[in-house]
Design a protein around this ligand. Structure first.
Ligand SMILES: Cc1cc2nc3c(=O)[nH]c(=O)nc-3n(C[C@H](O)[C@H](O)[C@H](O)COP(=O)(O)O)c2cc1C
Length: 356
């Protein structure tokens, strides 16, 4: 693997910036091993929480893909967006964490990792489960306080936190239970105060913030007149990447350059990883690409990023935050009267001077 790919999340060194995000492909040990064999520097193992309803929700999960116009298409048709409802890991937490900790120990020397992940159910549950992760010897705990399904799942099964003071208090409590571990906090895509939430997570003692979770959508079917899959669903695709990049850049400004950010939502190729890096991400979590294409997507993304860095004679670490730090306000742009006229139909310009 190209040495240009090396990165770190704070002081946690990684072989490359490509992490397999939490989701069904990494619901089993064999899936986690496949992601690592494909070249991922790490895996966020499928999430757990303390609520049986959240695990039971997996039995009602369903998935489809959507094309570039947001139209649902059959799973075997081209379309790089995903629309789904999901649920959580059904294995007992102690058993699951013991299993993933074994794999984490096997790959630790290669600057790879397997992380425990929790989708928030309750503050007390988060602390309990973080304690189990720490006892299992895991090195990374990801606390997802923004899973998109909160409004649709059974009440209380999944909880979304968007209030900075509550986030800070929760992170501080989980921090106490995860001494010596990396604590990464994954934020929602359903709120616009991500910079404030990132600051709150930092103040609570997080080592890094991951942004941003998927959006919620509803796709009406024009033949059945019913919603596709029958419900709202989490919706993500390459179109989300610019939105994530903006929030990465704004959050970098809010938390400072030394605090690590990770990007998720929309990464489909190596150039996307570079874009997230330029926006301020030290690493990315990619999942849909694996669902759409298989674990070989991770190999492809690593290879594409390696080639991109080679062609530009830079390392990934040298890219981090470069575009974010050049992000300007509208008022700083050069004055250019009439520029808008180049972007409207001719009919709009007829009454203006010198237009035929
Ligand atoms: C089917 C599916 C299941 C997911 N399950 C989880 C989960 O259990 N925990 C979690 O934190 N994120 C979960 N995610 C979110 C992904 O980890 C990832 O952040 C998101 O899909 C955006 O990245 P992508 O565009 O590469 O898919 C899931 C996503 C999908 C598509």
């Amino acid at each position: 693997m190209s040495p240009r790919l090396a990165t770190s999340v704070g002081d946690f060194a990684l072989l490359n910036p490509i992490i397999c995000g939490s989701g069904e492909p990494v619901l089993t040990e064999s899936g986690i091993r496949a992601a690592l064999s494909a070249g991922a520097a790490g895996v966020i193992a499928k999430s757990v929480n303390e609520r049986p309803e959240a695990a039971a929700q997996l039995d009602r999960a369903d998935y489809t893909r959507a094309d570039s116009q947001g139209r649902a298409v059959a799973w075997d048709r081209p379309g790089s967006s995903l629309f789904c409802r999901s649920g959580l890991q059904q294995r007992a937490v102690e058993d699951w964490f013991a299993a993933i900790a074994r794999i984490d120990r096997e790959v630790a020397a290669e600057q790879r990792f397997v992380a425990a992940s929790l989708v928030l159910g309750s503050h007390e549950g988060a602390v309990q489960i973080a304690t189990i992760a720490c006892k299992a010897g895991l090195r990374v705990f990801e606390l997802n306080i923004g899973a998109p399904h909160a409004s649709e799942a059974k009440p209380g099964a999944i909880v979304l936190e968007t209030e900075p003071a509550r986030v800070q208090a929760l992170v501080a409590a989980v921090r106490l239970a995860t001494e010596g571990m990396q604590l990464w906090v994954k934020l929602t895509g359903l709120s616009t105060n991500l910079p404030a939430l990132a600051v709150a997570a930092k103040q609570g003692g997080a080592d890094a913030v991951v942004m941003m979770g998927r959006f919620m959508g509803m796709i009406p079917d024009i033949d059945t007149f019913a919603p596709v899959l029958g419900t709202s669903g989490a919706y993500s695709g390459p179109w989300a990447l610019p939105i994530v990049c903006r929030f990465l850049a704004l959050s970098r400004r809010a938390v400072g350059k030394d605090f690590a950010l990770l990007g998720t939502n929309g990464v489909r190729d190596g150039a996307d990883v570079a874009r997230m890096g330029l926006a301020g991400a030290s690493a990315v979590e990619a999942l849909s690409a694996v669902m759409l294409e298989g674990f070989s997507a991770l190999t492809r993304i690593c290879d594409e990023l390696g080639a991109l860095l080679e062609a530009r004679d830079v390392t990934f670490a040298e890219l981090i935050g470069r575009a974010a730090d050049r992000l300007e306000g509208y008022g700083e742009q050069p004055v250019n009267p009439g520029r808008w006229q180049d972007f409207v139909p001719v009919a709009t310009r007829r009454e203006l001077a010198n237009v035929p």
